[in-house]
Design a protein around this ligand. Sequence first.
Ligand code: ARG
Length: 452
Amino acid sequence: MRVEQYRSYALGSQPKWISSYISSMSFDLYICDYVIDVLKAHVIELGESGNLSTKVVSKLLEVLEDFDCTEVRGTYEDIHEAIEYHVSKRTAEGKWLNLGKSRNDQVATALRMRVREEMLDLMDSLIVLLKEMVTKAAAYTDVPFPAFTHFQPAQPTTFGHYLLNFAEEIIDITSIIFGAYEFIDKCPMGSAAVAGSTVPVNRSRICEKLCFKDLAMNTIYATTSREFMVASLQVLQLLSLVLWRFLEDMFLFSNPMVGLVEVPSSHAGTSSIMPHKRNPATLEIARAELAKVNSVLQEFMLTLKGLPSGYCLDLQQLSPSLWEAFRRFRRTVIVIADFVREVEVGKGVERAFSYPLRAADVAEYLSMKKGIPFREAYKRVALAVKEHGYDMDAIERSVLGEERLEDPIASRRNLGSPGNWRPILNKVLNGIEELVKFVSNEWSRIGRCYDS
Ligand code: ARG
């Protein structure tokens, strides 16, 4: 076997096939720009705290400023080694670059910066979805739609009310997203390998330069923990559950034998043999993509469970799956948002309303208007159902005689939902506004930091 040398910090050698097994170069490009920012902040701090002369600091900064992550070539253990090598090639001062820091605090800091941005991009995609849901719900606020329990027809509602059920839950999940964001936004830099260094740096100053709201103070926690990544995946997991529920509904509702919604043609897949097919293609892919996203959480759990305190190289293997999970998730959210925009209510709704969706309403009418105790009223309606089967009109006639129930939507109008959709819509609209504000405030806060 031809033995090629990788570059490495220490003296000694390793055959290429072993070095490349260890190397993280193939996915370090995802964090390279952040690593450069971290290094610049660190070097500035080394100057401000009097550990490096102004001359050395400005030389290092000049070279770091010029560093182009896309141009890194060669075999390295990781991007941290590659950068140090390239800087040292450009200036003799490069040998000072690693004073008072380690790859361990450096990588943990860069990862937190990247996850912070992934979370903001995630929020942006949720805003797109929520806006589509709200627009559709507002347009369909009076369009009758059946609600299900046990996946069986249950009660009358509107398509707007149905859609806002997902929107409201996503808005409620934003409090968890904001919480996760705060948890992520802690700075490990200055922790060095695990227990700090003897070089007196001001950690708070470095972290302020990188726009972190706070320090991860304990240096062992700061360098070991990847729970900030897990938190971001847990957010994706919660959101996935909501989206899966929507998808599952759509698979049933769009079945032509049910016909409650129509798969938009832009989202439909066809069959090579069956000319009538309109398969919900994008939604099937979405269902599987969310599975892949959530498998990453399992990967993290298996990797992190049983790891000791202090950096282990196992941690390095986690990040590419996380970037991929975010990418898949965001794409899926955008596809679902487009589906929501395009989807139409189908002809099956009329048929659904011929089922006794209003059986409970009839029993309640007997109780409220005729003073019949509810269980007795319920039994009367149950008998009528037994006699007339799933025929709402016949049931209503046999129980109420000439009297008729009020319109199902109107009779719910004063009860908050589904007829009176305003409060729900307002809650969602306020939630969207808060989300938009959060994202734009954060972008201008952290964006300003990177520019300096
Ligand atoms: N390549 C590593 C990672 O991505 C960087 C830290 C390596 N530290 C070490 N002591 N080998 O996590």
